[in-house]
Design a protein around this ligand. Structure first.
Ligand code: NDP
Length: 444
């Protein structure tokens, strides 16, 4: 372990070394001793030299400014924003993806290929043959492939900055805590865990290890949903009064972990209903003070012997807004919400889908109603959320969707289940402080 650092040592640290050292320092700090001149990783980062920091030595000056090309189309016909400003590959934040299932292989790993600040360097899987194939497809070194048994050895891997947990819900807690103890920053899929108590333990473990924790709420990084939030909060259509939201789909495989309580924690609510809950909180910028819910499972249907099929609930917000939400595992796919305001409404179709969001608005104009579609360029939501987390690490910022955001959803979900069980409304007193979130994500 290093002794008290000299100024020279601090000045010679490169950005890449810093990221590796973050893990090393944290591991030492968590064990009770302080490395690198008694500085926390953030302080070390802040005190490192101009050569390393602004800009880092091997990033040519101005790389992070967009290149300005000659315009030829009118502004309204521009299909994309400013030219992208990717970091050179050697400077990007390096991700280990844990659990090679549908989401990891179909969305996250491909999205890492289109990230600007993030890249894939390691894999963790319980299926060696599958991992070998994925490693070959994405050029991952054999020594950067881990099993769940060798997972903790990531601690010694200087080519990994972030661990992204993409496992069944009840495994999130264990792998987040082990990952934090390995000194790596953690991105964790939703739902954060299977209870609010688990979320609290995960937040504490990341704080103790001095690593960042973010929950992968991709909708909060999606342009149409962000635009709707802006219009609602600016009261462009008057004061919001009522929200209708549904996220539903059909299931077919009773053996899947999503239908096992021990692995999923619940049924439609924590898996897909969570999007209605989280997006309502996001667009309103308020926390619900009361919930009232019903749930139903068709008797004899083997899909729903352990987890609920349908959950329907209302949330009351301090401003007076009431949100009416539903989620069903046994209907044709439907993902939408509508915000009813005093002078109009905003409707989002395919609201929680990976792509295809459609934002429509209606406004009263005299005796007429004006309906409009707000067209925005789509993004890759997964790439946007990963690049946001990487940006937080590079610039030592708190994530926009930190662990507390996942905890709050679990607190509300527990109240929803309680209300459905007891058949009466449940009040919520635990309200988050507005300072919980980090700064708004940068958009390119
Ligand atoms: P999958 O079942 O497709 O994949 C999960 C992977 O976890 C498996 O392939 C397996 O990978 C690993 N695993 C380890 N232990 C188990 C176990 N006991 N049972 C089953 N799998 C195990 O799930 P998804 O990819 O759909 O979901 C993973 C997580 O991502 C969940 O938390 C889910 O809520 C979340 N999710 C988020 C979405 C979003 O839009 N943000 C969308 C879909 C899911 P291996 O064989 O490599 O060990």
């Amino acid at each position: 372990m290093e002794e008290n650092g000299t100024a020279a040592k601090k000045e010679n640290i490169s950005r890449k070394d810093f990221l590796s050292l973050t893990g090393k320092t944290v591991a030492a700090g968590a064990a009770g001793s302080i490395a690198l001149g008694g500085l926390l990783p953030n302080e070390l980062w802040a005190q490192s030299t101009t050569r390393a920091m602004s800009p880092p030595a091997d990033i040519p000056p101005g790389t992070e400014d967009p290149i300005v090309l000659e315009e030829w189309k009118s502004a309204v016909d521009q299909q994309s924003g400013p030219t992208p400003t990717p970091l050179p590959p050697g400077m990007r934040i390096r991700y280990a993806v844990v659990g090679l299932g549908h989401l990891a292989l179909e969305e996250i790993i491909p999205a890492l290929g289109s990230c600007k600040k993030s890249k894939l360097t390691a894999l963790v899987s319980g299926s060696p043959e599958k991992m070998k194939k994925v490693a070959a497809q994405y050029g991952i070194k054999a020594e950067n492939c881990y099993s769940y048994q060798t997972y903790d050895q990531l601690k010694n891997n200087r080519e990994v900055d972030v661990i992204y947990i993409v496992l069944p819900n009840s495994l999130h807690k264990e792998y987040v805590i082990r990952g934090a103890k390995a000194g790596k920053h953690i991105l964790c899929e939703k739902p954060m865990a299977v209870s609010s108590k688990e979320c609290e333990e995960m937040i504490e473990a990341c704080e103790a290890a001095k690593v960042k924790l973010m929950i992968a709420y991709r909708i909060q990084y999606q342009p149409h949903n962000r635009k709707l939030r802006e219009l609602v909060q600016q009261k462009t259509f008057g004061v919001p009064k009522f929200i209708e939201a549904s996220n539903s789909q059909s299931s077919a495989n009773p053996a899947h972990w999503r239908h096992k309580k021990a692995l999923a924690g619940g049924g439609a609510l924590p898996d897909i209903g969570l999007y209605c809950l989280n997006t309502n909180r996001f667009i309103l910028g308020e926390e619900p003070t009361e919930v009232f819910a019903y749930s139903y499972s068709t008797p004899g249907n083997p899909l729903f012997t352990e987890v609920e099929e349908l959950i329907s609930w209302q949330m009351r917000f301090p401003s007076g807004v009431i949100a009416n939400c539903s989620s069903d595992y046994n209907v044709h796919e439907s993902r939408h919400y509508r915000v009813l305001c005093e002078k109009g409404w905003l409707n989002m179709d395919k609201a929680y889908a990976y792509k295809g969001q459609k934002l429509m608005t209606a406004k009263a104009e005299g005796k007429m109603e004006k309906q409009e579609e707000i067209g925005l360029a789509e993004n890759d939501q997964f790439a946007a959320e990963m690049d946001h987390f990487s940006d937080c690490i590079l610039n030592n910022k708190r994530p926009f969707t930190p662990g507390e955001e996942g905890l709050q959803d679990h607190i509300v979900m527990e109240a929803i289940y309680q209300s459905a069980r007891e058949g009466k409304p449940v009040k919520l007193t635990h309200n988050l402080k507005s300072t919980m979130r980090g700064p708004e994500p940068k958009t390119e």
